[in-house]
Design a protein. Structure first.
Length: 140
């Protein structure tokens, strides 16, 4: 039987070529993971619910002042591009200015600090109403 003798220097380089890609992949993974957590850290909450059972993160907030006989939807459409879906209950907002509902974030509205309990095309505002749209993610 023939035994191959591999010089020590060559063994070292063989090990280096095997382990180096593994180390590079681990570093790349750690770098990408750190970037993702940095992005999450930069998404600071505007507000959080007082209730201990439900909390949320608001990443974007749009504010308007109500006008006589205009719906919440009409106020929004005056200044922004709106993507929406129609349903039996009314209009559901799926995106504002190309920022679409995704990854647990949804566009929601409130009037005078009370969450809307009807569709935005059904709520008629009055002069002086404080209308606020938030891009919100609920957290358990």
């Amino acid at each position: 039987m023939i035994q191959l003798q591999v010089p020590r220097a060559r063994q070292y380089f063989i090990r280096l070529y095997v382990f180096l890609p593994v180390v590079v992949l681990l570093l790349l993974h750690c770098t990408l993971s750190c970037n993702n957590s940095t992005e999450k850290a930069q998404l600071q909450p505007v507000s959080a619910a007082d209730s201990a059972s439900v909390s949320y993160i608001d990443s974007i907030s749009l504010e308007f002042t109500g006008e006589d006989s205009l719906t919440v939807l009409q106020l929004l459409e005056k200044k922004h591009q709106v993507q929406k879906k129609s349903s039996a209950l009314g209009i559901f907002i799926t995106g504002i200015d190309s920022i679409e509902n995704r990854a647990g974030f949804y566009w929601m509205y409130s009037v005078n600090d009370s969450m809307g309990d009807i569709a935005c095309d059904k709520y008629v505002t009055k002069p002086g109403d404080k209308v606020r749209w938030v891009y919100r993610k609920f957290i358990r």
